[in-house]
Write a protein that binds this ligand. Structure first.
Ligand SMILES: Nc1ncnc2c1ncn2[C@@H]1O[C@H](COP(=O)(O)OP(=O)(O)O)[C@@H](O)[C@H]1O
Ligand SMILES: [Mg+2]
Length: 341
C-alpha cells in the first residue's frame, strides 16, 4: 500500500562490501546529490526500496516528505485522483477536497514503486505531468507547479517492455535520467556471510533468542545457493531459523522437502550387513556431492556434469536415482533457464 512518511527515523543500511555493492552505494551518493530522476532496477528482493529510502535520506530533501506509491496496487480508474487529488464535486462521490500523492510529495520525494506494472492509460497521464511539471486537482482550475524528486523502481526489464509495446519509451526517458541497477545476490555471493550475520544478530535481538553458530556445512550451502529471491529470501530464511531454532528449517527451505535427506547425516544401522550399510552411506554422500555441485552451477546440468567429470546422461540418471528434483526449484515453481548457456 502507500506509505507517507515525513522522514525516516533512521536510514536502512545498504549492506555489502563486494565490489558490486560498493559501486551501488557510490552511485546512490552521486544520484542523491544530483537530484535528477532515478530509475532503480533489479530482481525482486535486491534492495530497491532500501535504495530509494537511502537516496531520499542522503539528499537535500531528507527533512521533507517521502511519499511512496505502490503502482500495481492502484486500480487504473483511480490513479488520476490518487496521484493528483480532486476538488469537492469533481465527480460523483467527491464529497470533499482531497490532495493527491504528488501534492503530498511537494518539495520532497515521490517514489513510484514497480512503475513497470502501470497500465498504458496511466503511463500516458503520468507522462503529461512529467513533461511540464504542472498539474491541477481533478475538477480544479488552479494549476500547481510540481517540485518533486522522482524516484522509480521496477523489477521488470523496461527495455524489453518497450520493444513489446508494454511501456512507453517517452516515459522511460523521463524517468530514467540516472539509473541504478542492483545486482542479484547470486552475483555477489561474497556478501552472503556478512548479510547472514547481520540478519542473525537482528532477529536474535528482536525475538530475544540466542542460537548456536551455524554449522559450517549449512554456511557453505548458503554461500553456494542461487538465491532466486535475493536478500529478501536470505532475510526470511534467517528469520525462520531464529524462530524455529533448527538448521533443518534452512536446509528444507533451500532444497524443498524432497531433498532434505541429502544433508541429513548417514546413520549406521548395526542390524544390517556392512555391505548394505556402506552402499547406503555412499548413496547419501553422492547425493550431497551432486546437490552441492548443482547449486554451485545454478542447476545447469551440463556444467555440473563437466565439473563432476561424468557424462550428462549419467548425471541425469543419478539425479533421478537420488530422488532430486529434475530442475532447480524456485519460489515461483519455475525451472532452471540456464541449461544451454
Ligand atoms: N543490501 C542490503 N542490505 C541490507 N538489507 C537489504 C539489502 N538488500 C535488501 N535488503 C533487505 O531485503 C528486504 C527486501 O528489500 P527491498 O528493498 O524491499 O527489495 P526490492 O524492493 O528490490 O524487492 C528488505 O527487508 C531489505 O531491508
Ligand atoms: Mg520493492
Amino acid at each position: 500500500m502507500q506509505l507517507i512518511s515525513p522522514t525516516f527515523s533512521s536510514m536502512p543500511e545498504l549492506l555489502g562490501t563486494s565490489p558490486a555493492m560498493s559501486a551501488v552505494r557510490h552511485q546512490v551518493e552521486l544520484a542523491a546529490s544530483a537530484g535528477m530522476p532515478v530509475l532503480i532496477t533489479g530482481e525482486s528482493g535486491t534492495g530497491k526500496n532500501v535504495v530509494a529510502q537511502n537516496l531520499h535520506m542522503l539528499s537535500g530533501r531528507r527533512d521533507r516528505a517521502f511519499v511512496q506509491v505502490n503502482c500495481p496496487s492502484l486500480p487504473h480508474t483511480l490513479i488520476e485522483s490518487e496521484l493528483f487529488g480532486y476538488e469537492q464535486g469533481a465527480f460523483t462521490g467527491a464529497n470533499h477536497t482531497r490532495n493527491g500523492k504528488v501534492e503530498q510529495a511537494q518539495n520532497g520525494t515521490l517514489f513510484l514503486d514497480e512503475i513497470g506494472d502501470l497500465d498504458a492509460s496511466v503511463q500516458a497521464k503520468l507522462l503529461q505531468v512529467l513533461q511540464d511539471f504542472r498539474f491541477s486537482r481533478l475538477g480544479g482550475t488552479e494549476e500547481r507547479v510540481v517540485d518533486i524528486w522522482l524516484i522509480c523502481a521496477t523489477h521488470r526489464n523496461l527495455q524489453a517492455d518497450i520493444k513489446a509495446g508494454r511501456f512507453r519509451s517517452d516515459l522511460y526517458y523521463r524517468i530514467n535520467v540516472v539509473s541504478i541497477e542492483l545486482p542479484s545476490l547470486r552475483d555477489h555471493r561474497s556478501d552472503v556471510p556478512l548479510l547472514l550475520n547481520h540478519f542473525l544478530r537482528h532477529y536474535e535481538l528482536k525475538f530475544g533468542r540466542s542460537l548456536d553458530p551455524l554449522s559450517s556445512s549449512v554456511r557453505k550451502l548458503l554461500e553456494s545457493y542461487h538465491w532466486p529471491g535475493n536478500v529478501r529470501e536470505l532475510e526470511n530464511l534467517v528469520k525462520r531459523y531464529v524462530v524455529l531454532g533448527t538448521e533443518q528449517a534452512i536446509v528444507e527451505a533451500l532444497n524443498g522437502s524432497d531433498t532434505t535427506s541429502a544433508l541429513s547425516p548417514f546413520i549406521p544401522d548395526s542390524s544390517l550387513p556392512l555391505r548394505i550399510q556402506t552402499q547406503r552411506a555412499v548413496r547419501v554422500m553422492e547425493r550431497q556431492i551432486i546437490l552441492r555441485a548443482l547449486n554451485e552451477h545454478r542447476w545447469n546440468r551440463r556444467k555440473t556434469a563437466q565439473s563432476l567429470d561424468i557424462s550428462y546422461r549419467a548425471l541425469l540418471y543419478k539425479i533421478k536415482d537420488a530422488g532430486l528434483p529434475r530442475l532447480r526449484q524456485t519460489g515461483s515453481g519455475a525451472s532452471s533457464p540456464e541449461e544451454n548457456q
